[in-house]
Write a protein that binds this ligand. Structure first.
Ligand SMILES: CC(C)(COP(=O)(O)OP(=O)(O)OC[C@H]1O[C@@H](n2cnc3c(N)ncnc32)[C@H](O)[C@@H]1OP(=O)(O)O)[C@@H](O)C(=O)NCCC(=O)NCCS
Length: 175
């Protein structure tokens, strides 16, 4: 297996990142019977448009990480410093907004490499808690985060088109 390189994304990555975000979300969720195609399409059109991706890349407290294998995008993550929600206990939180491996590389260490770099960013910024929302019907991701020591602290609504889905809120206390 070739080396996995992690780098911070820049505004020049917007087009690639929009495509990668769209593709990885589609691959992860389009087959699930709970997801109505029109809700998925509605959400994805807005969330992963080029304009929205550009906006998020320019957000002051957000960082996108790109995983590359042989110079090709193999996954990405997004974190936001300072974000918090009801249910999360933290002084200096960091939200893990997104973590996606390309379908071709699932189970090949891309998620772990991205996660390690997210923890590194948390450490550089003296964050005491990392947290995120994970869909109640996404057991693979839930198991992945559990392995890293995240634990459940609540629930929130994630609006997928017209469908108010339930995300489990989890947090990990950092050293
Ligand atoms: C969750 C996700 C990012 C994990 O990334 P990945 O590249 O498949 O994971 P890795 O190959 O780096 O695995 C890292 C570790 O987690 C373990 N792991 C991965 N999937 C697992 C699972 N379903 N259950 C338990 N452990 C798991 C691996 O065995 C590995 O452990 P090891 O280092 O001891 O061997 C990936 O499954 C994904 O992109 N899923 C679709 C999108 C998604 O659901 N994202 C999360 C949204 S909240």
């Amino acid at each position: 297996m070739s080396e996995i390189r992690i780098r911070k994304a820049a505004i020049e990555d917007a087009e690639m990142l929009a495509e990668l975000s769209y593709q990885t979300f589609w691959d992860a969720f389009h087959e699930h019977p709970k997801n109505a195609p029109e809700d998925l399409a509605d959400y994805m059109e807005k969330a992963f448009s080029l304009e929205q991706t550009r906006r998020e890349l320019l957000e002051e407290n957000s960082i996108f990480l790109i995983a590359e294998i042989e110079d090709r995008a193999a996954g990405y993550a997004k974190v936001t410093l300072g974000n918090i929600e009801d249910g999360i206990s933290a002084e200096n939180p960091i939200e893990l907004n997104r973590l996606y491996s390309h379908q071709k590389f699932l189970g090949k260490g891309v998620g772990a490499a991205l996660m390690d770099e997210c923890f590194e960013i948390a450490k550089e910024n003296a964050c005491d808690v990392m947290w995120l929302g994970v869909w109640e019907f996404n057991p693979r991701a839930q198991a992945f985060y559990k392995k890293y020591g995240f634990y459940e602290v609540g629930k929130h609504i994630f609006q997928l088109g017209s469908d108010p889905q339930i995300d489990i809120l989890i947090q990990k206390d950092l050293d």
